[in-house]
Ligand binder design. Structure first.
Ligand code: ACM
Ligand code: ZN
Length: 747
């Protein structure tokens, strides 16, 4: 055990015994600490009695112990002349399935379990309670009783190894971490446009060609001009390696659900075997993210090709479910393809959505024939859900709700709570991510069963899952940073247990888990955010106040500003008021110094700073950053980071700004986002209505449009209107574009 880690454990030891809060995460269903008079379990050595222990766990206990920084466990030896209190096992039959109990006293520990899996989970809980007291040279655990069982059977975590590749050792580490938090389904996203990662014996080009790309886009892919890293990049897993990982996971009671993407996200496969596309055109493996028009053709030869692949997949992966993707399938090529069109006609299908449903249905039949079940992203509902399919609901919960109402099994994985590729704080020093904003609190608040489902429908929800797409996650260090501690919050949401208020969860996380994870140098998000302020904008009369919130209240921040507070240190005060200008605008360049980092912010003060804003068109909840966003003095960040903008999933929006009093204005500057690759388009015109009901029309053609508008008014109503559909040739063509706005500056 390393020195640093020992120190951490000593500190933990004192804490846990004094407070006797439950240190286990996910928090168990029942944790009853013994009264203060009961001494804790204390032992120089951790001695396990192998009697009644499931055989496989004998070899695993030392492995589990290592995850908690404990390098030596012993087995009971009756000839030991200085016996230690022992850890003993007791199988239970007839008890609640998958349940376990732990009783800790000063004289020993007893683990009761109903299955090998529940015994494994009990051991994780036990090691989470165990601390090492360095001065006393002994292991300690608080005297207590734990009784526990999971709420959901699908407690999933996904990993995309296509956009960036992770080695077998890294995948095993990911599984280790999952096992510590009782997550039990690993969704292995093995194929995508940018790489095919699984050896298929019948089709060797899938990996000799499809696993490699010659360039990868740098920065956010929606940032122009684009630049490229021209490195031959890729990798794949041999079948032997896959067998090894599957067995490793199984030992840890984790089922691996492999995903082979079809009919979309298929460019890597089609680079290797272009004959299975509609056009047959030879293309390379792309090094850019997004959705591509070239997908698998629906012709029989392609279906056979994919079924041959699934044969090999099923041979390696014993999971009941096989994930076939099914998301984001443009119909462009199918519309032009004689073979797809003749299938459509021969089968009397209404449109390409039904053609997709036919394609998925063929895979469903094939998997059913092999006694497996199909699961796919919620797009597989479009055109009719095939009989045996389960649905993974990612575009919100609607798809999952619809599927459960039709009697199909569902795994909930809505972007709002479960996308770990989203930003987790609003700090400008976060590493580049795809967008979105999913902080730890949000994940903790995830409830897999939506209110819309009846008592009869709710049982179709198998559980939930978080997804880690890796477009912007090139290293394992960043992978753990994006995943932890959010995966721990997820585990609580899915395990159920007796969920504590968020603040208590965070306390336990910081006291007992983050130091332990950081011991072996795991890069987690919270290690930074501990010491980092988050900015809090509030309205004050005639302006805004900028406050600083710390997770840890002993932290402070100093602020230096370019104007009236030049050089001033405001660490005692912690709020900074920015008043509206009386005429025109002014700029405040602020620099913040905290223990870990320096952040900067430029705020523009204007006549509408802190005004009341009413979104008469409802925001899309995923991009609802509040009603101050439009008038907080900051333009939304570029490159687009998902937060700091307000997003509407429609092409005409109405926003009312109430200045609180009649104000003489001369003009407006309107900020909108132009991000066609994400379906976000600029509005083309804006109508401005002031108190006198005077309407004025202006054209919009850039991200910031300055318009002249002279009026004396309290209210300003803006109606922003964009094109009715996304023009052809652009991603999402034919759909309604989205509008994203920030900031509205009033002069
Ligand atoms: C997905 O995020 N395209 C499933
Ligand atoms: Zn075709």
């Amino acid at each position: 055990m390393g020195k640093l880690f020992l120190g951490v454990l000593v500190f933990l030891s004192m804490y846990s015994i004094a407070q006797i809060t439950c240190p286990i995460l996910p928090k168990p269903v029942t944790f009853v600490p013994a009264s203060d008079h009961n001494p804790p379990f204390r032992s120089e050595k951790l001695v396990f009695n192998p009697l009644s222990l499931p055989a496989k766990l004998g070899y695993l206990i030392p492995e589990i112990a290592k995850l908690y920084g404990i390098n030596e466990v012993l087995w009971k030896d009756s000839t030991d002349n200085k016996p230690n209190p022992e850890i003993a096992f007791q199988p239970l039959t007839g008890a609640y399935p998958e349940s376990y109990a732990i009783s800790v006293t000063s004289t020993g520990i007893r683990i009761s379990f109903t299955s090998e899996a529940s015994c494994f989970h009990a051991l994780q809980s036990l090691f989470q309670m165990m601390t090492f007291n360095e001065p006393a040279n002994s292991y300690e655990a608080p005297s207590c009783f734990v009784k526990d069982f999971p709420t959901f059977s699908w407690r999933g975590l996904h990993l995309d190894v296509a956009r960036h590749f992770f080695t077998v050792e890294e995948v095993k580490k990911y599984l280790d971490l999952m096992s510590m938090y009782k997550l039990n389904v690993f969704h292995w996203h093995l194929t995508d446009d940018q790489g095919w990662r699984m050896e298929i014996k019948q089709y060797p080009k899938l990996t000799s060609i499809g696993a490699w790309r010659d360039s990868t886009v740098e920065n956010h892919y929606a940032t122009f001009p684009r630049t490229w890293k021209t490195e031959h990049y890729g990798g794949f897993y041999t079948q032997e390696q896959i067998r090894e990982v599957v067995a490793y996971a199984a030992d840890r009671h984790i089922t691996i659900v492999p995903e082979i993407e079809m009919p979309g996200h298929a460019r890597a496969a089609l680079a290797a075997y272009p004959e299975y596309s509609c056009s047959g055109k030879q293309q390379t493996v792309p090094g850019i993210w997004g959705v591509f028009d070239d997908v698998f053709c629906t012709k029989d030869s392609t279906l056979l090709f994919l079924q041959n692949i699934l044969d090999e997949v099923m041979e390696l992966f014993p999971s009941q479910y096989i994930h076939i993707g099914g998301d984001e399938v443009p119909k462009t090529r199918w519309k032009e393809c004689p073979k797809c069109q003749s299938t459509l006609k021969n089968l009397n299908l209404k449109d390409e959505h039904e053609l997709q449903s036919y394609f998925i249905g063929r895979m469903d039949q094939f998997l059913q024939m092999h006694k497996r079940k199909l699961i796919g992203w919620d797009e597989i509902l479009e055109g009719g859900l095939t009989s045996g399919a389960a649905v993974m609901s990612w575009r919100g919960t609607e798809g999952g709700i619809a599927a459960a109402k039709q009697g199909h099994f569902v795994v909930m994985s809505p972007g709002s709570h479960c996308y770990f590729d989203h930003y987790q704080s609003k700090s400008t020093s976060e590493p580049l991510a795809i967008g979105g904003y999913t902080p730890l609190e949000k994940v903790y608040d995830f409830h897999p069963i939506p209110k819309e489902l009846s008592a009869q429908e709710a049982p179709f929800i198998l559980g939930g899952q978080a997804n880690l797409w890796t477009e912007y996650i090139p290293t394992f260090d960043q992978l753990t940073y994006m995943t932890y501690p959010r995966a721990i919050a997820l585990s609580q949401a899915l395990w159920g247990g007796s969920k504590a208020p968020y603040e208590s969860f965070e306390e336990v996380l910081k006291m007992h888990h983050i130091p332990r994870l950081m011991g072996p140098n795991l890069n987690t998000h919270i290690s930074l955010s501990f010491m980092k302020p988050t900015f809090k904008f509030n309205r004050i009369p005639d302006g805004i106040s900028l406050g600083f919130e710390f997770k840890d209240t002993s932290e402070s921040v100093a602020v230096s500003s370019n104007d009236e507070h030049n050089g001033a240190w405001l660490d005692h005060d912690r709020t900074l008021d920015i008043k509206r200008t009386k005429t025109n605008t002014s700029q405040h360049k602020l620099t913040f110094f905290s223990r870990c980092c320096v952040d900067s912010l430029t705020l523009i003060s204007h006549l509408g700073l802190g005004a009341k804003v009413n979104y008469e068109t409802p925001l899309n909840e995923r991009y609802n950053s509040g009603d101050l966003t439009l008038v907080d003095g900051q333009f939304g960040a570029r490159p687009w980071r998902g937060n700091q903008w307000v997003g509407f999933d429609t092409n005409s929006i109405t926003i009312r700004i109430d200045l609180g009093k009649k104000t003489k204005i001369h003009g407006l500057e309107i900020g909108c986002l132009n991000e066609p690759s994400s379906w976000i388009h600029l509005p083309t015109e804006v109508t401005v209505v002031t108190d006198r009901k005077k309407r004025k029309y202006f054209q919009i053609s850039s991200e910031r449009t300055t318009i002249e508008c002279n009026a004396k008014t309290q209210n300003i109503v803006l109606v922003l209107t964009g094109p009715s559909t996304i023009p052809s040739g652009l991603p999402g063509e034919g759909n309604t574009p989205w509008i994203f706005a920030d900031e509205i500056i009033i002069r």
